[in-house]
Design a protein around this ligand. Structure first.
Ligand code: MIG
Length: 662
């Protein structure tokens, strides 16, 4: 049962698409205070757990910290970070005698103090007094999640090729550089399905333009790549460069499609292209206009897109520049003190993505004019909706790969997300593992992190270990930042070690795709915490460094350096599958604690008792996979396989399911 409670006059975010009548009674379970905005509080007992919050740091159980949901442009993902790129206000609270879900549908900041300020109190608060609160009751965590997911609509389904291994870099600077990346993968037989074009493919970072010098005849290049089984996926940034003669800029100004400042002029701020305007994605006409532009690139053969900087990110505004100039002028000719230095440094340091700028522009929505800060969390969502709708209009029968950095619940219907600018740190392998189930709870199924880490320098062992997790994430992308060590697999010694791990991914695709589709069609989880599957097992409930993948597999990846292997907890008897140099060996293991040795170039995963999974032979692209010839492994003797054409929309066809028997 999902019930809806109304506070003030909420903005219709369209996160929930099922029609739910509003209750007239008070929100159950929570004590409400309206002293300072809205505050909902609940006493927690020591065994109670709080799950959810989608893209956020720390544990699967969110207990013990305080989070804020404000779509951020922040590359520092540490334990102290309160907001990442997504604003996902859904939690499930597991208490002694009940379990229930809550969704705070509010487009500005909501704070979740999860037994942090008070060790036994959950306090959810917001300055915004206009929101919907949904309470979802059910008898199990899965039932609550399914109910919520059905109310927010079916998750995005990517084309089948988007389950392949993909390579990115900020940036490959020319077609030749990309040719070399592809050539090296093919030469070493490391599978590869796509290469991304980061911002340098554009002419001076102008959306929907091409840098003619290094990426001229992109259409011809896309064909050339396609012949080698490679798709191209460009990035699109939110800000549109202010430049006379640039059609996107000129049309946007003429039609009034950019966000406006208090005086009604298009709001200006600096991002990669220099000074830009932000399309008003909350205005349906502007959304349609921008979305239609993606056709410029699909006509050239692009088959996917990655939407970036859509919090939106703001480096600085004219306002910040003027104020800085003023401060410098005031100091001129006088002795420059340490305090002056700190003041200037502090001021400049606080200007990126600052509240003053977010308060300084407006959206013209069908629900009226809104200050950006009050609807901030909907911006990336609606940029991506714009893209998805544009792509649908351009080629209605084709699935495109689409994923975004900023997000809000509702966007999961249109695309996936990647978890942004992580680092080449061991702790970020574990951080990825822990964030995945929360994303699934909020509808985001097509997800993954930058494998090998985006910032900092990646080492060979880090990449090997990270890929051993990455082979199970729907989005499997190796990506790294400007100025860091190159981390394509072939840059390291013994590239065949990488090949074997990625081959295993391709062998698992029939399983991974089936489990993805089952989760999407029913509103279930693809990444499941042990706590959800074995709620009666206290050890499983507290194991946060292992996950179930779909219904059959458990993973326990290595996430520390120079490790021989790791401790693994088996909540039931399982079959360990060990991949060594491309060969698989199966060992029966019993319920309980084990130390499992896993060399850097090995992968070990587990099949649950009485279950079986299908494997195909590996191939260098998803298109070459022979999914007709499958082998079943595990102690079970059947598996329910899902297949479709991998690019159309005939998901609900019952013929897509086939029971495989040993
Ligand atoms: O300010 O386009 O998260 O994946 O490579 C950095 C350059 C902008 C951030 C994205 C990252 C991308 C990078 N972008």
């Amino acid at each position: 049962m999902m019930k809806k409670y109304v506070f003030g006059t909420p903005f219709e975010t369209e996160a929930v698409i099922r029609d739910i009548p509003a209750e007239s009674s008070a929100v159950p379970y929570f004590a409400l205070s309206t002293h300072n905005g809205l505050e909902f509080s609940l006493e927690l007992e020591s065994r109670d757990a709080v799950y959810g919050l989608g893209e956020s740091v720390r544990g699967i159980n969110k207990r013990g910290y305080t989070y804020s949901t404000f779509c951020a442009d922040d590359p520092n993902h540490t334990e102290a970070t309160r907001s990442l790129y997504g604003a996902h206000n859904f939690i499930v609270i597991e208490q002694k005698d009940r379990v229930f879900g809550v969704f705070f549908d509010c487009p500005s900041t909501v704070n979740f103090d999860v037994a942090f300020t008070n060790a036994d109190k959950l306090i959810i608060s917001s300055d915004n007094t206009n929101m919907y609160v949904y309470i979802i009751d059910g008898s199990t965590i899965y039932e609550i999640i399914r109910e919520f997911r059905n109310a927010i609509g079916m998750s995005y389904i990517p084309p089948m090729w988007a389950f392949g291994y993909t390579q990115c870099r900020w940036s490959y600077l020319s077609k030749d550089e990309i040719r070399e990346v592809v050539r090296r993968h093919r030469e070493l037989h490391i599978p590869l399905d796509a290469v991304y074009l980061d911002i340098d493919y554009m002419e001076r970072y102008k959306d929907f333009t091409i840098d003619e010098e290094n990426f001229g005849d992109l259409e011809g290049f896309a064909k050339e790549m396609k012949e080698q089984g490679i798709r191209l996926v460009p990035i699109i940034d939110a800000g549109v460069k202010i430049e006379e003669g640039y059609d996107v800029y000129e049309e946007g100004v003429e039609k009034g499609y950019f966000c406006k400042d208090a005086e009604g002029k298009p709001f200006e701020a600096c991002v990669w292209p220099g000074m830009t305007h932000f399309p008003d994605f909350l205005n349906p006409e502007a959304r349609q206009w921008f979305g239609a532009k993606y056709k410029i690139l699909t006509d050239m053969g692009m088959e996917g897109f990655c939407n970036d900087m859509n919090a939106p990110a703001i480096f600085f505004s004219q306002n910040s520049v003027d104020k800085t100039a003023q401060m410098v002028k005031e100091k001129a000719g006088k002795e420059f003190t340490i305090d002056d230095f700190r003041e200037l440094q502090g001021y400049l340091g606080s200007r990126q993505n600052c509240e003053e700028d977010y308060s300084g522009f407006y959206h013209d929505t069908p629900q009226g004019r809104y200050c950006h800060k009050d609807v901030h969390n909907l911006y990336g969502y609606n940029m991506t909706r714009s893209a998805a709708e544009g792509l649908k209009a351009a080629e209605p029968d084709k699935r495109f790969l689409l994923f975004s950095r900023a997000s809000y619940i509702g966007m999961h219907r249109y695309s996936g997300i990647w978890t942004g600018d992580n680092h080449s740190w061991w702790s970020h392998i574990l951080a990825e593992l822990k964030v995945l189930p929360g994303l699934n709870m909020c509808g985001f199924l097509y997800v993954g992190a930058d494998l090998g880490g985006f910032g900092c320098e990646c080492s060979r062992d880090l990449l090997l270990r990270w890929l051993s997790l990455g082979i199970f994430t729907p989005l499997m992308r190796n990506h790294s930042a400007l100025g860091t060590r190159y981390q394509e697999c072939y840059r390291f010694e013994n590239p065949e070690d990488f090949k074997h791990i990625i081959n295993l991914r391709y062998r698992l695709i029939p399983y991974l795709y089936s489990e993805y589709m089952k989760a999407a069609l029913k509103g279930d989880m693809y990444f499941k915490p042990l706590a959800f599957e074995y709620p009666q097992d206290e050890v499983a409930r507290h194991t946060e460094d292992q996950l179930l993948i779909g219904n059959e597999i458990m993973i326990a990846p290595v996430y520390t350096q120079n490790a021989m292997g790791r401790y693994v907890y088996l909540p039931e008897d399982m079959t360990a599958v060990r991949m060594n140099a491309g060969k698989l060996t199966l060992t029966e293991m019993s319920k309980g604690h084990h130390f499992v040795e896993i060399a850097e170039n090995e992968v070990v995963f587990y099949i649950r008792k009485g279950k079986a999974i299908p494997l195909c032979k590996s191939a260098e692209t998803t298109e070459e996979l022979n999914t007709a010839e499958l082998e079943l492994i595990g102690t079970g003797d059947e598996y329910l396989l899902y297949t479709d054409d991998g690019m159309g929309f005939d998901f609900e066809n019952p013929d897509n399911f086939r029971l495989l028997k040993k």
